[in-house]
Ligand binder design. Structure first.
Ligand code: BJ8
Length: 431
């Protein structure tokens, strides 16, 4: 029997009636998509629990942290350095949303043809349905895509001036890198002022270690998906990556490593979540925020397995670590800033390194095909799909491009296209 959190949600000024409805829908959706999977590892029980308490226990923990004087920082992009937030003992929470919620409200502020990720984070707030945004002391935006940077101006009004925007260069030349390093330092100062805590060498070392360990655990999980048959479904791996943006980082790392121990045993026994020989798919493109499970659910229900995500809810979030070998605060901030410049987002021009990332990942995970996923109206990824397609052809991997939003209306159409794609792979395009 789950605890009653109504008083807490009321205190957070949420719309209780609408929220009840949302939780009901999400619970059913989760049961149908996740709990119906076969051969799930035992270690997934923790993540099922996290999801069942995503607006409950975790929010209670965050409120408790606030009572102890810790600041809560909301983010929308993997460019925002989590190390700095932890260095001032802050709580870092991802605020991106993956459901069609509050869109009518959001469309009073932004055009209908705005990407669903933006409409969703605005919609969740405007409809009084996001307890995370209610707990934040600061919300950090970034100058990545045009949609986000303009929406942040409006979100600042909606949240009564909570926004702080980091300037991310459009290009990664030396001027861009200098600008970014300055921005990282400005953010460090902002956090010191907000929290009243000094960033020291010691707390930077500690924070960097925590975040690196989290990334290493996710890297370990990613490597294990290279096994044939894969010991874990793409749906479950996606969920873990989504949870990485909400959970306490130390506990999360422990649980991912425990799960990986179990997956290693499965691999030794030759035991997988599906039988051997089914098409192995790499997803690449726009991020999939929770509960955006649509493409994974469709693809895996059609007899394939997703073995990786070249995405910010995936590899782009964890594939590089911060060099922990720093001896001064200045050195640490430089190394943190350098690490983030390795994230190859389509918001940069040019962004050819992403093609190399996709190629390496496809090889590492032994993918048989690439599905490029772009959220409708996500211009950077929609356009970059052209280069990814060309590159996939060059390396001999079948390619499928999907543009979709958060609605369920095109489920049938996507199913048909994915089925045809998987047949193509089955007809001998595979090694
Ligand atoms: S580093 S991918 S997390 S900006 S909001 S770009 S879906 S139109 S999220 Fe991103 Fe940082 Fe880049 Fe990663 Fe498209 Fe929508 Fe923009 Fe989006």
């Amino acid at each position: 029997m789950q605890k009653d959190y109504k008083a807490m949600w009321k205190e957070l000024d949420m719309n209780l009636e609408a929220h009840d409805g949302l939780l009901g829908v999400l619970t059913d959706f989760y049961r149908n998509i996740y709990l119906s999977q076969k051969n799930r590892p035992d270690g997934m029980k923790y993540f099922d629990f996290v999801i069942s308490e995503v607006h409950g226990l975790r929010i209670e923990e965050i409120i408790e942290a606030k009572k102890q004087g810790r600041k809560v920082i909301g983010t929308f992009c993997v460019y925002v350095p989590e190390e700095l937030i932890l260095a001032v003992d802050g709580v870092c929470i991802g605020l991106c949303a993956g459901a069609e919620v509050g869109f009518d409200e959001a469309e009073k502020y932004v055009p209908r043809n705005t990407c669903a990720l933006i409409k969703a984070f605005m919609g969740f707030k405007l409809a009084g349905l996001c307890p995370y945004v209610q707990t934040t002391d600061l919300i950090v935006g970034e100058t990545t895509c045009d949609g986000k940077k303009k929406a942040y101006e409006l979100f600042d009004e909606i949240t009564n001036g909570k926004m702080y925007v980091m300037e991310i260069p459009n290009k990664k030349g030396s001027d861009g890198k200098t600008l970014w390093t300055k921005e990282v330092k400005r953010f460090a100062e902002k956090l010191e002022n907000l929290s009243g805590r000094k960033i020291t060498l010691e707390n930077l070392k500690h924070a960097t270690k925590i975040v690196n360990e989290k990334r290493k655990a996710l890297q370990r999980l990613s490597m294990l998906r290279a096994a044939e048959p894969s010991p874990i479904s793409g749906l479950d791996a996606l969920l873990i990556n989504q949870v990485s943006f909400y959970d306490d980082p130390v506990r999360f790392t422990l649980k991912v490593n425990e799960l990986c121990d179990e997956l290693e045993k499965r691999i030794k026994q030759g035991y997988g979540v599906t039988e051997k020989g089914i098409p192995r798919i790499l997803i690449s493109g726009s991020p999939m925020a929770i509960p955006n499970w649509k493409l994974h659910a469709i693809t895996e229900s059609r007899g394939a397995i997703i073995v990786g995500e070249e995405s910010c809810v995936g590899e782009r979030n964890f594939s590089t670590l911060v060099d922990e070998d720093f001896t001064t605060i200045e050195d640490a901030l430089n190394k943190i800033s350098q690490r983030y410049m390795f994230i190859n987002c389509a918001c940069f021009t040019p962004n050819n390194e992403r093609l190399t990332d996709i190629e390496n990942l496809a090889k590492k995970l032994r993918a048989d095909g690439i599905i490029h996923y772009a959220i409708q109206f996500c211009t950077p990824y929609m356009i970059e799909a052209f280069k990814v397609k060309k590159h996939s052809e060059k390396i001999g991997l079948p390619f499928l491009k999907i543009e979709t939003d958060y609605s369920m209306e095109d489920m049938g159409q996507i199913k048909t296209r994915v089925e045809a794609f998987l047949e193509l792979i089955d007809k001998g395009t595979r090694d």
